[in-house]
Design a protein around this ligand. Structure first.
Ligand SMILES: Cc1cc2nc3c(=O)[nH]c(=O)nc-3n(C[C@H](O)[C@H](O)[C@H](O)COP(=O)(O)OP(=O)(O)OC[C@H]3O[C@@H](n4cnc5c(N)ncnc54)[C@H](O)[C@@H]3O)c2cc1C
Length: 488
């Protein structure tokens, strides 16, 4: 396993294929530092006595101890641990921990490459390729990101119907040594600080969409890959230092006729398995949300409760009601994820056929509970902001700048008029509101909310998964029986 310093050293040697705001930049550019600090914690955690049991696992390939972010879940206990690790690490940073996309994609491709290799028309030994890639991923403790979301162009048209065929990533040429791919994946979290990009399709595919049924991995600085990067950083502070500096990045990842050697290709043309790859990455990722969303609720509950305490309203009935609502959402999301882990099996829901064995035996979370938890907590994020706004009042929207809070001409006056609760030193109250502004009213918070709402699939995608996989007919049977109606 690596240390954070070894991870940074690896990034410093990568080719320059990052573009931002008109410049070509290095991996260790200062605008990436806050995001690197977040990912750095995933390396620190495996050396820390408090967290090493949770954050490490035993590789099923080699028997070596590995970072859990590179592990293939073998049983429900592994799924429980991933969920708990995610909640634990997100609590450390107060935001997304940014490394779950890679492990979620790895778990999906592990199963899909195994099944695709058994297809009569398989173009290469997909699963053998995959196992070689995975062994290096685990041994070198690499950071993977997942590029699933295609640009998708005209929303109501399928991939093969688009005016421009490049709106979904696809194969444009097959050569003896590999394939050439073209297209762009967007909003790809942490691609700019990842070692590897794992690519899976966005959606289920039809028989005329084989060119889009692609799973592969490339180094994040591979020839033919360009990344246009967006940083989400907080305003620098001079006086009131934060407990931790955090940020995140995402990229438009453009495959500009990118050559991918066969040994890095894990499905290519098997449209049924390509569709399962889309579904499985989303499923593993929605399960990860049952760790990160409760962690974000932990943070929101703390913010709401402290804002109420500072405002002296913590005992009022409306605050109690709002706090209980936040607690219920977070813990129901956690409970759904827990159940999804506990019922995990090497099975996938195949439309029209139900749940069937799938893959070489790695443990897959139960789909209904993973989707229910993700949908419940994802849809709640803007309402959580409403609760914070309600309890805080207008204070965070107009909070004074740091230099006014420290200037000799205004410091004492501002401290006098910012005081709300004489039992809490005003300096502490100021730090609290500055943090509240970072979380709820900064530029970063807007994009974080969009990520929390749409990441892993918009709510409609979870609703489709839930209603298409749930046995609604059996519920009608209950009513038929109770009502004395004829059985189905
Ligand atoms: C901060 C952030 C980080 C992210 N990180 C990642 C990442 O690491 N990897 C990754 O792969 N993706 C990532 N995503 C992408 C995320 O998964 C997508 O945003 C999500 O799947 C929705 O896709 P979209 O943004 O294209 O929205 P759209 O699909 O365009 O959705 C917009 C609206 O259109 C509706 N709609 C779209 N198509 C149809 C249709 N055919 N019929 C009816 N209605 C339709 C949707 O339901 C929705 O209401 C991230 C997103 C954000 C915001």
């Amino acid at each position: 396993m690596r240390t954070r310093e070894q991870y940074f050293q690896g990034l410093s040697k990568m080719n320059r294929n990052l573009y931002s705001n008109g410049e070509k930049i290095d991996r260790l550019d200062e605008r990436q530092e806050a995001a690197l600090n977040v990912l750095g914690l995933t390396f620190d955690a495996v050396w820390d006595d408090e967290s090493k049991d949770l954050c490490t696992a035993t590789s099923h390939l080699t028997g070596e101890t590995i970072n859990r972010f590179t592990h293939i879940h073998q049983d429900p206990v592994d799924l429980h641990k991933k969920q708990d690790m995610t909640r634990y690490l997100c609590n450390k940073v107060g935001q997304c921990i940014q490394r779950c996309m890679g492990v979620d994609a790895a778990n999906a491709i592990h199963a899909v490459s195994y099944m695709a290799q058994q297809s009569p028309d398989a173009k290469t030994a997909y699963h053998d390729n995959w196992l070689n890639w995975l062994e290096k991923f685990q041994a070198d403790d690499l950071v993977g990101c997942c590029a699933q979301t295609d640009v998708k162009g005209e929303r109501m048209k399928r991939p093969a119907e688009q005016t421009d065929p490049d709106m979904y990533v696809h194969v444009v040429e097959e050569r003896s040594g590999g394939i050439v791919v073209r297209g762009a994946k967007v909003h790809i979290s942490e691609a700019s600080i990842a070692d590897e990009i794992l690519v899976v399709p966005t959606r289920a595919l039809k028989s005329n969409e084989k060119d889009y049924a692609l799973c592969f991995a490339v180094p994040a600085d591979h020839d033919g890959v360009k990344q246009v990067v967006h940083f989400h950083n907080l305003r620098k502070r001079d006086h009131y230092q934060r407990g931790i500096e955090v940020g995140y990045t995402d990229s438009y990842v453009i495959f500009d006729d990118c050559f991918v050697p066969w040994e890095r290709v894990f499905t290519c043309g098997e449209q049924d398995h390509g569709g399962v790859a889309a579904l499985l990455f989303a499923l593993f990722h929605r399960h990860s949300y049952s760790g990160c969303k409760p962690a974000m609720l932990d943070y929101v509950i703390g913010l709401a409760a402290l804002a109420a305490e500072i405002n002296g309203i913590e005992k009022t009935p409306h605050v109690r009601e709002m706090l209980s609502e936040l607690i219920m959402t977070g813990e129901l999301g956690y409970a759904a994820g827990y159940t999804s882990s506990a019922l995990g099996k090497a099975e996938v829901y195949i439309p029209g056929m139900g749940f069937l064995p799938y893959g070489p035996g790695n443990c897959i979370p139960h789909s209904i509970y993973a989707n229910v938890g993700r949908c419940l907590t994802g849809e709640a994020v803007f309402h959580e902001q409403e609760i914070l706004c309600n309890i805080a009042g207008g204070m965070p929207a107009t909070f004074p700048y740091e230099k006014d809070l420290t200037s000799p001409e205004t410091k004492e006056l501002l401290e006098k008029y910012l005081m709300r609760n004489p039992n809490i030193p005003v300096e502490e109250q100021i730090k609290f509101w500055l943090n509240f502004v970072d979380f709820a009213l900064s530029g970063s918070s807007g994009s974080m909310l969009y990520g929390a709402y749409h990441g892993g699939g918009s709510p409609i995608m979870e609703q489709i998964a839930i209603t298409s996989q749930y046995d609604i007919e059996s519920k009608k049977d209950i009513v038929r029986r109770l009502a004395g109606m004829k059985p189905r």
